[in-house]
Design a protein around this ligand. Structure first.
Ligand SMILES: Nc1ncnc2c1ncn2[C@@H]1O[C@H](COP(=O)(O)OP(=O)(O)OP(=O)(O)O)[C@@H](O)[C@H]1O
Ligand SMILES: [Mg+2]
Length: 352
């Protein structure tokens, strides 16, 4: 049985449809990310789960019980928001105790629990500081501790890392995953950062304009995108147009050349397709008659360990990007002609 079930949840604001019959099942202990561009309805969905907003239709079911009509305070949810939302006049410890005080726990039990969760988020020695005495990352740790203090039935995180700088963001992201695994709390994590979603989730829900574009494990979302929107949203991808030349042999014509593509097997000859090529699957080499395609290197971007080279394919204006070790890329000059190859089994083909 699923632990949390969103069943055909729909929401409109005036004539605008923000969520269209969204259905998602979470297993107990699962970490699921809602990933999608700004305005696609992530926060709206989270607020409906928390009870701050009501769906126009559909249900929120927790452990088999329909909680759609339940007030937020009765749902036992722990929430962390994008903006630091601590009470400025309370210490870290008092902030964490707040939810427990509201629930009328006795003072000694409150303090013990607050110390426990502050320890869990690595802030034991900052318990007596006020928010203005804490860094952004530390403030979000307090907010996380506050959400966890009540032993929530669900942990709801709405872009908790977006206000932090890149390095702290990665640190805290890994911490969130560790803490989630340690406590086993079922978690819904909202982000518009694909790397964040892919790196810490059991499953990722990709949203687009209020509908689910794909639900799956990170590797499937990245490697087997269901459609072009998902392919583009979860990382760099080149799209090369082709036409199936021979379905039984798995051959596709791309820019005048026939290349092998095992995913074309079973497709009718004449089917228009797109090759989706991730940069790390593209290999460049010296010009060579056996090369799948050829092209000219037109740009280079250095990322430290990796460098990406952009190649304009001969015979058109289509480009692919190859990511390779920076040491290897240093030997390939801009303007040089290269062969462009990939494993015939690897790229996904989408029917155009
Ligand atoms: N209370 C409201 N009244 C009217 N429209 C709203 C309301 N809340 C949200 N919307 C609209 O619903 C759409 C989805 O908003 P939502 O906040 O869920 O997006 P989001 O995916 O969280 O985006 P972001 O990544 O920018 O936070 C937006 O177009 C927004 O303007
Ligand atoms: Mg939002």
């Amino acid at each position: 049985m699923s632990y949390l079930q969103l069943d055909a949840v729909a929401k409109h604001y005036g004539s605008r449809t923000v969520l269209r019959d969204v259905s998602i099942d979470l297993k107990a202990g699962e970490f699921v990310s809602l990933l999608g561009p700004s305005g696609c309805g992530k926060t709206t969905l989270l607020r409906i789960v928390a009870g701050f907003d009501q769906p126009d239709s559909g249900r929120v079911v927790l452990e088999g019980r329909d909680i759609s009509g339940l007030a937020p305070a009765k749902r036992q949810m722990g929430m962390v928001f994008q903006a630091y939302s601590l009470f400025p006049n309370m210490t870290a410890q008092e902030n964490v105790q707040f939810g427990l005080r509201v629930r009328r726990q006795d003072a000694a039990a409150q303090q013990k629990r607050a110390r426990e969760v502050l320890e869990l988020v690595g802030l034991a020695e900052h318990a007596q500081k006020y928010p203005h005495q804490l860094s952004g990352g530390q403030q979000q740790r307090v907010a996380l501790a506050r959400a966890l203090a009540i032993s929530p039935a669900l942990l709801l995180l709405d872009e908790p890392l977006s206000a932090l700088d890149a390095k702290v963001r990665v640190q805290l992201r890994d911490e969130i995953r560790r803490i989630q695994q340690e406590t086993g709390v079922t978690t819904l994590f909202v982000t518009h950062d694909q790397e964040e979603a892919l790196s810490i989730s059991d499953r990722v829900v990709v949203m687009h304009d209020g509908v689910l574009a794909q639900v799956g494990e990170p590797a499937a979302i990245y490697g087997e995108p269901a459609n072009i929107f998902v392919a583009r949203f979860v990382g760099a991808v080149a799209e090369l147009p082709g036409v199936v030349a021979d379905g039984s042999g798995g051959m596709v014509t791309v820019l005048g050349r026939q290349v092998a593509a095992s995913r074309a097997r079973g497709m009718a000859a004449g089917t228009r397709v797109y090759f989706l090529l991730r940069p790390e699957t593209v290999r460049l080499g010296p010009p060579d008659a056996a090369g799948m395609l050829h092209g000219t290197v037109i740009a280079r971007t250095f990322f430290g360990a990796l460098t990406s080279l952009k190649v304009e394919i001969t015979g058109g204006t289509d480009c692919v990007t190859a990511a390779m070790a920076s040491g290897d890329a240093a030997n390939i000059a801009i303007g040089s002609t290269v062969s462009v190859n990939w494993d015939p089994d690897s790229p996904r083909l989408l029917v155009a």
